[in-house]
Write a protein that binds this ligand. Structure first.
Ligand code: FEO
Length: 407
């Protein structure tokens, strides 16, 4: 086994024994320009306990890090906080090689593991309030359903105050630093926001509920140890407060204009809409979808209050790049948005009608009916696009005002 990899101690009893994936560039559709990590944690108590594992291809790296602390055959318990294979992938082989005494997952986790691995392994289940005595240390469990799978679970190590949160509070960021306070703040803020927008936005009501539940659990949290990216130590409250803020999805005066274009007609319209938005007091971002990845659109949308969408009509439909991003946004259920649509067409021109319907289905408040132009926009058409942008900005600023007077 390679000895190139060392464990990193993060508290009295806990070691990071995960793997760094510097090469990952796509995580099922999420652009991971900066790679990721698969964090696993070793608790060194009387009963040696591993919290989560890694993708199968990274198992040797994890085992080498474990071996720098204890012989992997000494592992008594493996906690599987989440069955997704970036965290459970190495589990079957670990069980086969080392025969741990217990595998523990949430009730949904036990079912999900069985459905992944079709095994006859007995998985003990843990619910919120259950705990496990590791001999000199207590591990408590907190179910975190739908953050982001039905099986998701947190575990909390008393004494050390480490909350193992699996995907929650994570980010896709490969670094040589293990703690978020060692990473440049603008970088971790950007990557944490991207992760929330793309993985957790849909579940914001549950994030709010879990954060409201935390005080009653009386956890004295010193460290939040997620399964991706750096570990929260000095800035635990910063990331918790960011989650509370993102979950609210308050209206803001920022507006996105997302669009694609065939012969630059819709692009010209997008510019004019953007001018109108800016003139109306909005903070504007134009995002041409020929070159902006859907996961980066969501990052920008996380703190936006406006979503204006432009598409040419192609074969009676929304242009494919725009349709792709609209489907993705719809699934993540952003709230409190004001919007509108626009686009150029040649003969049938259905795209704008389809976009308005989609925006309404997404509960985006339409500031005005969609505006379409036959072939190339002239000066009057561009003036109408500016007017459309102004209407969205007016409604956007009114919503911001309403929200601030309510708070
Ligand atoms: Fe990082 Fe849902 O797996």
């Amino acid at each position: 086994m390679s000895n190139a990899f060392e464990a990193i101690q993060i508290s009295d009893r806990v070691y990071w024994v995960g793997a760094i994936d510097w090469e990952l560039r796509s995580f099922h559709g999420y652009l991971t320009k900066r790679g990721t990590t698969y964090n696993a944690y070793l608790i060194v108590a009387d009963e040696i306990t591993l919290v989560d594992t890694v993708k199968p291809a990274f198992m040797d790296e994890m085992l080498a890090r474990i071996a720098s602390v204890v012989d992997p055959s000494q592992i008594s318990n493996i906690i599987s906080n989440h069955a997704e294979m970036d965290h459970s992938g190495a589990l079957p082989e670990l069980i086969k090689r080392y025969h741990p005494n217990r595998i523990i997952a949430s009730p949904q986790g036990a079912k999900a593991l069985a459905a992944h691995y079709h095994w006859d392994v007995e998985v003990e289940t843990a619910k919120t309030g259950d705990s496990l005595d590791l001999g000199g240390a207590q591990l408590r469990f907190v179910e975190a359903r739908m953050l982001h799978w039905p099986d998701s679970m947190f575990a909390y190590l008393e004494g050390d105050g480490v909350l193992f949160t699996n995907d929650a509070f994570g980010m896709h960021l490969a670094t040589s630093e293990r703690f978020a306070d060692q990473v440049e703040e603008t970088l971790w803020r950007r990557e944490a926001a991207k992760y929330y927008a793309n993985i957790l936005l849909h579940f914001s009501p549950l994030v709010k509920r879990l954060l409201a539940q935390l005080p009653s659990l009386e956890l004295d949290i010193a460290i939040i140890a997620p399964d991706h990216g750096p570990i929260w130590r000095e800035n635990v409250m910063q990331i918790v407060e960011l989650y509370a803020h993102w979950a609210k999805q308050l209206p803001t005066r920022k507006a996105l204009v997302i669009y694609d274009s065939m012969w630059r007609s819709t692009a010209l319209m997008a510019q004019a809409v953007g001018e109108g938005l800016a003139a109306g007091g909005a903070e504007v971002r134009l995002l041409p979808l020929d070159g902006t990845h859907r996961s980066d659109v969501l990052t920008e949308l996380l703190d936006a209050g406006g979503l204006v969408v432009g598409s040419p009509t192609m074969n009676n439909q929304i242009y494919p790049t725009v349709a792709d991003v609209m489907t993705y946004i719809k699934g993540l259920k952003p709230q409190n948005l004001v919007g509108a649509s626009f686009g150029s067409y040649g003969w049938s021109g259905e795209a704008v009608k389809h976009l308005d319907k989609q925006l309404e289905e997404m509960k985006v408040e339409l500031a005005a009916p969609g505006f379409r132009v036959n072939y190339v926009p002239d000066a009057d058409a561009l003036a109408s696009c500016r007017a459309l942008g102004r209407k969205v900005a007016e409604r956007l600023l009114a919503k911001v005002e309403e929200a601030s007077s309510e708070s």
